[in-house]
Design a binder for this molecule. Structure first.
Ligand code: NDP
Length: 297
């Protein structure tokens, strides 16, 4: 499929292909008596988090995995959450543990993330996994959103080797792990990586020489077509709501990239929604299946 001159990267289709592969893998593991188990912990009643959590549980069950959600009230003491994590760490039927962010204000997210056994940290936020990602040790877990971006590049046959990749955004969830993935040796990597952020002097000068642009800014339509080199591969991680009186909900979702102008010059581009977004849960389940395989029980 193409838009303007660009090939549209279909994250819905790739996420389904990843899930189909996982379904086969889960069936194989079942023959060895292994059922990959993912437990999601939701503290409080943030409505957006509730939607994500339901979707994670539902998708894991569809693949034949054990998907469980533990819901705790917003005023749960931190020690109680820590005790729950200790129990999940010790439970051999639980291979992946995810504590849904954001946590209530009285909790310290850093302490909670460090409490999770790194071998079960399928979100890839434990410092041990962050370190393994940087070192290039394959038995760790990479954060799901940047891992999903890499999967899109690989499955669309984008040649990344030796290419200039410019990432805009330096968060620990997207920008930094994205850089760590692309700089490694291997498929969908071997890039020369630049990370830009709000203090970058001349953003357009960087994006204009990039073969691959990955926008993880969290602001609507910052990257426009005139900031891109013709033929660039453009990956838009951003999900932003903008007011739109003509839309049924009064808003619509746009990315960090101005789609219309960018798709006129890019060779490949991800839409928002339907690009990177659907990949995140697929990669979470992929991490969980590998966690189960590595645990071997
Ligand atoms: P953060 O807000 O944590 O990080 C944004 C980064 O963008 C920061 O490093 C910031 O710089 C930089 N930045 C902000 N404004 C500019 C600018 N004008 N020029 C250059 N750099 C700028 O966001 P996240 O990384 O968590 O998320 C980024 C986007 O991706 C959001 O839209 C989010 O909704 C989306 N997202 C989507 C996911 C999915 O599809 N499943 C998952 C996670 C995120 P500085 O560090 O200097 O402040």
């Amino acid at each position: 499929m193409s838009h303007g001159s660009a090939t549209l990267i279909d994250g819905v289709a790739v996420a389904k292909a990843v899930r189909d592969d996982l379904q086969r893998e889960v069936a194989e593991l079942a023959e060895r008596g292994i059922v990959p188990g993912l437990t999601v912990v939701l503290v409080g009643d943030d409505p957006a988090s509730a939607v994500y959590v339901r979707s994670k549980e539902k998708t894991s069950k569809e693949l034949g995995m054990k998907g469980e959600t533990v819901r705790l009230p917003a005023d749960t003491p931190q020690a109680e959450l820590e005790a729950l994590i200790d129990r999940l760490n010790a439970d051999p039927t639980v291979h992946g543990i995810l504590v849904q962010s954001p946590l209530p204000k009285h909790m310290d997210e850093n302490t909670i993330v460090r409490r999770i056994d790194p071998a079960k940290d399928v979100d890839g936020f434990h410092p041990v996994n962050v370190g393994k990602l940087l070192i290039g040790e394959k038995d760790g877990f990479a954060p799901c959103t940047p891992a999903g971006v890499q999967e899109l590049l690989v499955r669309y046959g984008v040649d990344t080797s030796g290419k200039d990749a410019v990432i805009i955004g330096r968060s620990n969830i997207v920008g930094k792990p994205m850089a760590a993935l692309l700089v490694q040796q291997g498929a969908g990597a071997n890039c020369t990586v630049t990370i830009c952020h709000s203090r970058t002097k001349d953003l357009a000068a960087h994006t204009r020489r990039a073969d691959i642009v990955i926008a993880a800014i969290g602001k609507p339509e910052v990257i426009t077509g005139d900031m891109l080199r013709p033929g660039a591969v453009v990956i838009d991680v951003g999900i932003n709501r903008v007011n739109d009186a003509s839309a049924p909900k009064g808003y619509r979702l746009v990315g960090d990239v101005h789609f219309e102008s960018a798709s006129a010059v890019a060779s490949h581009i991800t839409p928002v929604p339907g690009g990177v977004g659907p990949m995140t849960i697929a990669m979470l389940l992929k991490n969980t299946v590998r966690a189960a395989r590595q645990a071997g029980k």
